[in-house]
Design a protein around this ligand. Sequence first.
Ligand code: PMP
Length: 410
Amino acid sequence: MSTGTPYDVHSIRQRFPILNRKVKGKDLIYFDNAATAQKPVEVIDALTQYYSYYNANIHRGLHTLADEATAAFEATREAVKEFIGAAHSEEIIFTKGTTESINLIAAAWGEACLSAGDEIILSSLEHHANIVPWQMVAQKKGATIRVIPMNDQGEMDMAGFHALLNDKTKMVAVVHASNALGIIQPVEEIIRSAHQHGAVVLIDGAQSSVHLDINVREMDCDFYVFSGHKVYGPTGTGVLYGKKHILNSMSPFLGGGEMIKEVSFEQTTYNELPFKFEAGTPNIADVIALRSALAFITELGKSAIRMHEDVLLKYATAQLQKIEGVQIIGEVENKVPVVSFVAAGAHPQDLAYLLDNNGIAVRTGHHCAQPLMKRLGIVGTTRVSFGAYNTQEEVDVFITALEKSLKMLR
Ligand code: PMP
């Protein structure tokens, strides 16, 4: 919820110590937020606080430190539940990131629910993290992967999607907002139609969780996954949301401590949700600090951040369009603040190098979406992606540096 105060990007920037540093003698301009976001001081402080005052293992301890650590860890679970509008806190499983969340679902749901001949639907825009785990389980179970086609702008072809659905479809796993192009996909329609065919739907929220209001109950997705480090939180934290009855029907992913009720050499019984899927000592400190990251977003208000980022997105898009030989890939209205482009006569890697010399961090390459790049007939793009702390002045510096770099390369 927003506090109602005007969006003051300069005071927001003061909460991010890294933004004070220089790169190659220039003020850092960080435009690689889709890869990972920077961390506000309260997230960094939460880590220090945990290790300085109440470092202890959680859930099993009967001493003050263990109680405090357990309470802080479980408070993050509650915060995540609120953040994505889940009905029950036991539907929130902590993992180390989107990749682990999808691997967990593919292995544990796939083991319980897939048989030979079943079909899994993915889209042409998926990150490798939402392709490879499905290939692994499909191979094991004799299932087939079908791929939703897309148009040249990078929007899923919904007629093509409807044509793929049939009574063999068991899973539809799609990205909410493409990391390579930023395009927001029509997941509501996908979920509705997939459910009409009795299929389960996983939404890869790695890029949507930080920018869009997420309510998993309204979306009615069966699984929603995201990474803590992309929502201004620590690396090594991830979330797997799953509907309770589906999580209950799945076998555990990892075996060990914490996920059991009773163990003997003859037989083991498993713990309740969410602990059934959280074997071993979790990433306690980082999960605790994730709560501060979610609080940061909630304090500013997602809609206020989005309005700010949208101005940057539109401004950067307009400025890039003016540069000769620059072609934006995926130019549609409905986007998260990501702009991907190719520039005639300039290899993305050379551009990244020259921009870095100006203190500007951008990402280049295939963005872990090689099938998408192949579909678009390109090897890669240069991608700029914005966060809550970026400014229009930074876009101006970037555009000037880009024009200068292009002159050098052409
Ligand atoms: N899916 C998408 C859409 C992503 O953008 C990313 C991260 N680039 C991932 C999955 C994987 O996330 P992680 O590396 O945090 O596990």
